[in-house]
Design a protein around this ligand. Structure first.
Ligand code: ADP
Length: 146
């Protein structure tokens, strides 16, 4: 079984995140979306709201599971029997960050990171942009999966 985790804050889960998961589906038998819960990081949406929303997006996709975790990401991967970690890359900034994490995670547990490039139309979308718009009462539905 090829199992991958897709870890993130997903505060909220955007069309960019959904696109990465959909495009990675042919690569894996199962993808576990891990909603990271960090007590130090103040989230706009609760972990339950984030999980609920993501489950709705993939309700017809049996290969996708959604869970929360509050441990180190590599330990979450072990719990899920995952040997791959899926991440998305939008820019060179993302690339440098992901490169460092992939190397560290590989050293820690042998996990292999698989990176997919963002579709150009989603490149500018980030959870923080969506949170900003939301806090000013703007319509955020164009950035969220249906
Ligand atoms: P984190 O806090 O771990 O960076 P995020 O929820 O911001 O978590 O992102 C999770 C993953 O999704 C990261 O690999 C990030 O680069 C990727 N990602 C974020 N936004 C997009 C997007 N618009 N298109 C593709 N990938 C994205």
């Amino acid at each position: 079984m090829r199992i991958a985790i897709f870890p993130g804050s997903f505060d909220p889960f955007t069309v960019g995140h959904a696109d990465i998961v959909r495009r990675a589906l042919p690569l894996f038998d199962s993808i576990v979306i891990g909603v990271g819960v960090n007590a130090q990081k103040k989230a706009l949406f609760s972990a339950e709201e984030r999980v609920e929303a993501i489950r709705k997006v993939f309700r017809d996709e049996p290969k996708v599971k959604v869970r929360t975790y509050s441990t180190l990401t590599v330990d979450f991967a072990k719990e899920e029997n995952a040997t791959f970690m899926l991440r998305g890359v939008r820019s060179t900034t993302d690339f440098e960050y992901e490169k460092a994490f992939a190397e560290a995670n590989k050293q820690l547990s042998g996990i292999e990171t698989v990176l997919l490039f963002t579709a150009p139309e989603y490149e500018y979308i980030s959870s923080s942009l969506v949170r900003d718009l939301y806090s000013y009462g703007k319509d955020i539905t164009p950035y969220l999966p249906k």
